[in-house]
Design a protein around this ligand. Sequence first.
Ligand code: ADP
Ligand code: MG
Length: 379
Amino acid sequence: MKYLRSRSLKRLFSMKRRRFDEEPAKDGDGEEMMGRCDSLKVGGVVEGCFQKPTWKCFSFEEIFEATDGFISENVVGRGGYAEVYRGKLKTGEAIAVKRLTKACTDDERKEKEFLTEIGTMGHVCHPNVSSLLGCCLDHGLYLIFQFSVRGSVASILHNEKLPAMDWKTRYKIAVGTAKGLHYLHKGCQRRIIHRDIKASNILLTDDFEPQISDFGLAKWLPSQWTHHSIVPIEGTFGYLAPEYFMHGIVDEKTDVFAFGVFILEIISGRKPVYESHQCLHSWARPLLNQGDVDKLIDPKLTDKFDDGQMRKLAFAASLCIRVSGTWRPTMSEVLEVIFDDHVDEERWKMPEEEGQGEFWGFEDLESECDSSIFTELSV
Ligand SMILES: Nc1ncnc2c1ncn2[C@@H]1O[C@H](COP(=O)(O)OP(=O)(O)O)[C@@H](O)[C@H]1O
Ligand SMILES: [Mg+2]
């Protein structure tokens, strides 16, 4: 484990130093290591050039002081392997400190995930991706982020005590998340597959701009690889693409599927898994196929939504949750569907036999829900 940590960190810090050099850093294959800052064409709109990320090493004293000694009152979130604390730097900046839980500090895999998160997030820079301020490696492993005042989409959308989220906010979240995911897949030098797109991993800024966070499971795929096979299967049940949980196959379409489920969550206000093992996508699929979008819509929205936007998002979701990854759109295509005023639905028609196979294949999979494979999965 010591070897893993020192080798990974050495590589990481050498990359950070290079960030400020004139020449772009090259890896072993002569490829640039930096996140590319090309402008991206998104739904006919050219998105601006994003700045290169910068982050620093914090001292333990700094983050200890900022979080009032990691008091439990400052805990804002707990995930699979970390606790997240609210904090305030001497400069007044609000931060979130993610600490690898003590129980996981001897777990090599968890430590690797933590380092993966530093490595990946240190390279990304986009308004819809959470930005890493730095890390601390004394007395444990810590990641430091800008603090998201509003928490995650899950904490607002599914909070019965809060008023229902309005349509304008839901639409903004859907579009921003699509742009962030498109950037990860296409805007970085390396293709980044997030692998855990879900409502509790989408944080919100003060003005409800969504930011994709939690890169613990993220993978970088070399450009020449079509996909990657992964064991064990990790992620969140209800968002998992069938080819991933059956065969461990990971590529951009894994995230596209999860994004489709996320859109359904936003439209319907339902959780991705409800009433024991009932999946949101299995409930929504026949309704979408029959064009019964109205039955999907969150009753709490009453009639206060933009019908055109709703229909486009529902159509995009229907494509994203297709069982066959080949028939799912890329994130560029998702953005086209969302923004295009005249979506050519014919273009997305699947051959008859693909459509039929889809339904059967998936229902079969769902009956496997409580098999041991899910011991690795969280809900
Ligand atoms: N930057 C942040 N600002 C505010 N809350 C955060 C921030 N980062 C994480 N959280 C909260 O902590 C929870 C867990 O964080 P996450 O990074 O997803 O950890 P895990 O990998 O353990 O799931 C999130 O769902 C969110 O509620
Ligand atoms: Mg998380």
